[in-house]
Ligand binder design. Structure first.
Ligand SMILES: NC(=O)c1ccc[n+]([C@@H]2O[C@H](COP(=O)([O-])OP(=O)(O)OC[C@H]3O[C@@H](n4cnc5c(N)ncnc54)[C@H](OP(=O)(O)O)[C@@H]3O)[C@@H](O)[C@H]2O)c1
Length: 155
């Protein structure tokens, strides 16, 4: 099983503001959908609330939380959630900040949308850029005017 973080961050690593994404790029949403479709997605309760507690279609939605919801599988710890998805070839961790921070050192791959501006926010992606070349190897980059799609694999 390949465990993958998918995230979009600004130059200053902002990923969220007031419980939402601080930007709207439809191409990035399409990219997220095409990469994650058919794969299980692991998220924190913050992200699930952002989705208005409605699971994303076509993907097994797994929510990390101490609460219980009828519409999704929940786990109150990360090891059990990862154990649950072992049977799949690819699993995506889709945020938010708390979950990225706790899983950065567990994942095999990062699929990052690098937004080419500084943005104000209150939730950050954990610092990983100092480890590019030692822990992370860039394996793919697709450049657009406002952002790049960049994939890293663990060395
Ligand atoms: N730009 C991006 O790519 C991107 C992606 C995703 C999200 N975001 C943004 O990130 C923000 C949300 O992030 P966030 O950090 O506030 O929330 P979050 O990481 O989505 O969720 C936090 C919640 O997850 C649960 N949790 C945390 N660690 C856990 C663990 N080890 N085991 C079980 N449950 C655990 C807790 O839920 P309980 O309190 O219920 O126990 C906690 O309150 C939003 O602004 C969103 O827009 C951005």
């Amino acid at each position: 099983m390949t465990l993958i973080i998918i995230a979009a961050h600004s130059k200053n690593l902002v990923i969220g503001k007031d419980g939402k994404l601080p930007w709207h790029y439809s191409e990035d949403l399409k990219h997220f959908k095409s990469r994650t479709m058919g794969c299980p997605i692991l998220m924190g309760r913050g992200v699930f609330e952002e989705l208005n507690e409605k699971p994303l279609p076509g993907r097994e939605n797994i929510v990390l939380t101490s609460r219980k919801y009828d519409q999704v599988t929940t786990f109150d710890n990360i090891p059990e959630a990862i154990q649950h998805v072992q049977k799949y070839p690819k699993v995506y961790i889709i945020g938010g900040g708390q979950i990225y921070k706790q899983t950065l050192n567990l994942v095999d791959r990062l699929e990052i949308t690098e937004i080419k501006k500084t943005v104000e926010g209150d939730v950050y992606f954990p610092e990983y850029r100092n480890d590019i070349g030692t822990v992370w190897k860039e394996v793919h980059r697709e450049s657009y005017e406002e952002f790049d799609f960049v994939d890293y694999e663990k060395i």
